[in-house]
Design a protein around this ligand. Structure first.
Ligand SMILES: Cc1cc2nc3c(=O)[nH]c(=O)nc-3n(C[C@H](O)[C@H](O)[C@H](O)COP(=O)(O)OP(=O)(O)OC[C@H]3O[C@@H](n4cnc5c(N)ncnc54)[C@H](O)[C@@H]3O)c2cc1C
Length: 468
């Protein structure tokens, strides 16, 4: 990597002005450590451009000098994708304006540094829904969410972030601004450049703004927390719930008994809404355009599932506060896992129909070969995406435990291949899965390298990430 000379630093500072940079160690520190505490990085300067023109100016200076850049949003990456190791760090946090809401077009145009939760609220104020929803929504920024093609809990109904983006504006690796902001749903004018940037993890340019799809706000959301015997029953229950509600299921999340136990132990104020204990739990959310009939539809679906023996018990949230409590049981699993100790994590997807067979086989094999470990597999089963994590049976596990069970990843990923799945469902590749990607998808990586070479011949954009 080219050394960053004091002269270049000075040029960057004067291009962005006093609000646009920092070399203060205290300010930089939270930007150079990842959320999980796995990666500690460093950067000679944190740039905080306030406009697309300033991003372009900074990238031009770096491009000319051959200096590498790491773009950063909320720094919630779970695979080390936004931790700089000496690169110039460009945070989009000051670019947080909503440029336009076009309610009649069901779209909004926003800058890359807008935090997801703020955008959800902005859409609500316009009587619309922006459906992207995930555990990190209080920090993750739309530029980062687009760059990782984030998923979350509503993919089942609304798709991944890729499906929610109509247009993009980005600064390309040579510093040129590409203006692809459009609210069009139909635009067949050759290669779709925005799709290259979505999920590129900052390796092809810096996203500065996006036009996003909005949807009608549901008049009523109903939520049930259910106890079940098995993942087979969960998948059958999912099919039944979708059919019985006329496609109203907007989220369908699964968690095993050990995940609920960890949450109840480590997350203050949580409580099990069901009396008995079950091997599996499902959070099932339905959204309706009308208030009347909503509860009846959920109850009818649950009633049918009881009759068919697919669920053993269920509680329906009676109000917003109970809905919040039920969701908390699912959304705090990662926090509870962290409190228990370190875990070997896999964010994988499998066709929904094959999910039970995968879960049974992968769990049995891992727990047979690594008796010190237990599987804690939870997540978005409605999309065939589970976080298949392996944690220590005893609390307080550290790096030694992780090193000992690392080969278990091969068991998981080999079975993912066997079942026609993906080694990265929604979190991306980052630093964490670079080698695994190269090993398992060599042809894809060759094509990606060709695209990278065409757009970023000097390899300055996030050079260690994705392709390495
Ligand atoms: C508690 C928790 C729960 C989570 N749950 C989910 C979940 O359910 N589903 C899911 O998909 N993910 C989840 N994540 C992962 C993470 O939140 C997402 O990957 C998110 O999209 C990252 O957004 P960010 O703004 O924090 O991006 P960052 O972490 O800052 O960056 C992520 C990547 O995008 C690049 N990047 C950032 N901004 C830009 C930009 N403007 N232009 C170009 N490249 C850019 C970075 O270089 C990096 O490669 C979770 C994370 C946490 C901590």
């Amino acid at each position: 990597m080219t050394e960053i000379s004091p002269a270049i630093i000075d040029r960057l500072k004067s291009a962005l002005g006093p609000k646009g940079w920092s070399q203060d160690a205290h300010e930089i520190e939270p930007h150079v450590k990842d959320w999980r505490g796995r990666y500690q990085g460093h950067s000679p300067i944190l740039l905080k451009p306030g406009s697309t023109a300033e991003v372009a100016a900074a990238v031009k200076i770096c491009a000319k000098a051959g200096i590498a850049i790491t773009p950063q949003g909320g720094n919630t990456s779970l695979c080390g994708a936004s931790t700089p190791q000496g690169e110039v760090l460009i945070s989009l946090k000051r670019m947080n304006q909503v440029r336009e809401i076009d309610a009649a077009n069901d779209s909004m145009t926003v800058e890359a540094g807008c935090i997801l939760e703020t955008l959800q609220n902005t859409a609500e104020e316009a009587n619309r829904l922006f459906p992207l929803s995930l555990g990190s929504q209080g920090s993750a920024m739309i530029g980062g969410l687009i760059s990782t093609n984030a998923g979350g809990v509503h993919v089942l109904r609304y798709g991944m972030t890729r499906d929610l983006v109509l247009g993009l504006e980005a600064v390309l690796p040579n510093g040129e601004v590409w203006s692809g902001l459009t609210g069009l749903r139909k635009d067949n004018t050759g290669y779709d450049i925005k799709q290259l940037l979505i999920g590129a993890e900052g390796t092809l340019g810096i996203i500065t703004a996006a036009t996003l799809k909005l949807f009608p706000r549901p008049a009523r959301m109903e939520l049930a927390f259910c106890g079940l015997k098995s993942t087979d029953d969960a998948v059958e229950f999912l099919g039944l719930a979708k059919q019985a509600s006329g496609g109203a299921v907007t989220a369908f999340e699964i968690m095993p008994r050990n995940a609920l136990d960890l949450v109840l132990e480590h997350v203050p104020g949580t409580r099990n809404p069901l009396q008995g204990r079950h091997d599996w739990y499902v959070v099932c959310e339905m959204s309706f355009g009308r208030e009347d009939g909503a509860r009846d539809t959920l109850e009818a679906a649950l009633g049918e599932a009881f009759e068919q023996g697919l669920i053993a018990d269920a509680a329906i949230a009676e109000n917003d506060s109970q809905q919040h409590d039920f969701w908390r049981l699912r959304e705090t699993i990662a926090e509870a896992e962290r409190a228990h100790g370190k875990a070997l994590k896999h964010d994988i997807s499998i066709p929904v129909s094959k999910m039970p067979a995968f879960m049974n086989q992968a769990t049995a094999t891992v727990e047979r070969d690594y008796p010190q470990a237990e599987v804690i597999a939870f997540g978005h089963v409605g999309d065939g995406n589970v976080h298949f994590n392996i944690m220590a049976r005893d609390a307080g596990a550290g790096d030694e435990f992780l090193a000992g069970i690392k080969p278990a990843s091969d068991i998981v990923y080999d079975l993912v291949d066997t079942f026609g799945g993906s080694i990265s469902a929604e979190h991306g590749i980052g630093i964490l899965k670079r080698e695994e990607l190269a090993r398992r998808k060599p042809v894809d990586v060759t094509v990606m390298r060709a695209i990278k070479q065409a757009l970023d011949p000097d390899g300055i954009m996030n050079p260690r990430v994705l392709l390495g």
